[in-house]
Every structure is written in C-alpha cells, then in structure tokens.
Ligand binder design. Structure first.
Ligand code: NI
Length: 173
C-alpha cells in the first residue's frame, strides 16, 4: 500500500463527473487500499477517488471516532443514495482537498446507500449521524461537487482564493 498525493482545490479533476466501474479488478482494490491508507494518514474520515486524481466512482470512509474503538474501513464502488430522509442535519464539514476550511452544511439526516464492496458484492445500508454526512459528502465528490458549493458565492470565493494562495506557497517549497 502507498500513500497518494491529495489534490487541492481548485483543480479541474475535482469538478468532473466520475465514471462507474464494471469489474472490481486487483488494480481497483489496490487503489481502494491506497486511498484508505492516504485517508488515515491525513488524517480524515472519508476520501473520494478524484481527490487522488482517479476519475472512477470509488469512495472510502471510516467515521469511527471513539478512542480505542474498532476501526471500520469501508470501500464503496459505485455508491448511490437510494433513499434520503426529509429530516436534515447540519454538520460543520471540512475536506482534505480544502485544508483547514470548515463550514456548516445541511443535508438529509439519514440516507440509504447501495454500493459494490471490495470483493465485488452488492451492499445496502442505512447511515445516520456523521456517517450519513460523510457518505453524502464523498458521493458529491464523484459528481464534481465540493462542500463549498453549498455555501454562498462570497464565502466560496473567499475559500477558493485562500486555496489558490496555499497552492502557490506549496509550489514554492
Ligand atoms: Ni471532501
């Protein structure tokens, strides 16, 4: 396994609609394993393939936060929300592609998601709490959408300008 570089917004690859996968090949399993390692190392609770420059429909996540609790690394190919609650939840979201920037985003409080797992088996599960927010945030990535796209234009532009500056500074190192 290896840690991959995480793309920083703005980047055209973060605005693309990703392609569904057919077979779960060893190459895709390796990508998923690399993404999990990259996510844990960051550290983060979710990561989508476009964030490491791969435009296929794959996300990984682990929202177990309790100290000492068993980790739950999840690999989701072709994830789709098949049901969403009317009830909503507001979470302060962040994103590994938008370092150190956080903002409140309102989303359905519960969602049922269908996906193909690392072994190629179909799965379906209902998520709530942080898991629900995280899975929706990551699926958005596969459709070229970032959490700042939910914010007012001025706030979004402010964050984008900060990221442009950050990338310029990093390029100089
Ligand atoms: Ni993100």
């Amino acid at each position: 396994m290896s840690v991959r570089d995480i793309l920083i917004h703005p980047d055209p690859r973060l605005k693309k609609v990703c392609a569904p996968v057919d077979d779960i090949t060893p190459d895709l399993q390796r990508l998923a394993d690399d993404m999990l390692q990259t996510m844990y190392e960051a550290p983060g609770i979710g990561l989508a393939a476009p964030q490491v420059g791969d435009l296929r429909r794959l996300i990984v996540m682990d929202c177990v936060k309790e100290e000492g609790a068993e980790p739950r690394p999840m690999v989701l190919f072709n994830p789709e929300v098949v049901w969403a609650s009317d009830e909503t939840n507001v979470y302060e979201e962040g994103c590994l592609s938008i370092p150190d920037q956080y903002a409140d985003v309102e989303r359905p409080a519960e969602v049922t998601v269908r996906w193909i797992d690392r072994d190629g088996a179909g799965q379906e599960e209902r998520f709530d709490g942080l898991w629900a927010t995280c899975v929706q945030h990551e699926i958005d990535h596969l459709n070229g959408k970032l959490f700042i796209d939910y914010l007012k234009p001025l706030k979004r532009q402010l964050i984008t300008r900060k990221m442009v500056k950050l990338k310029r500074e990093r390029a100089r190192l």
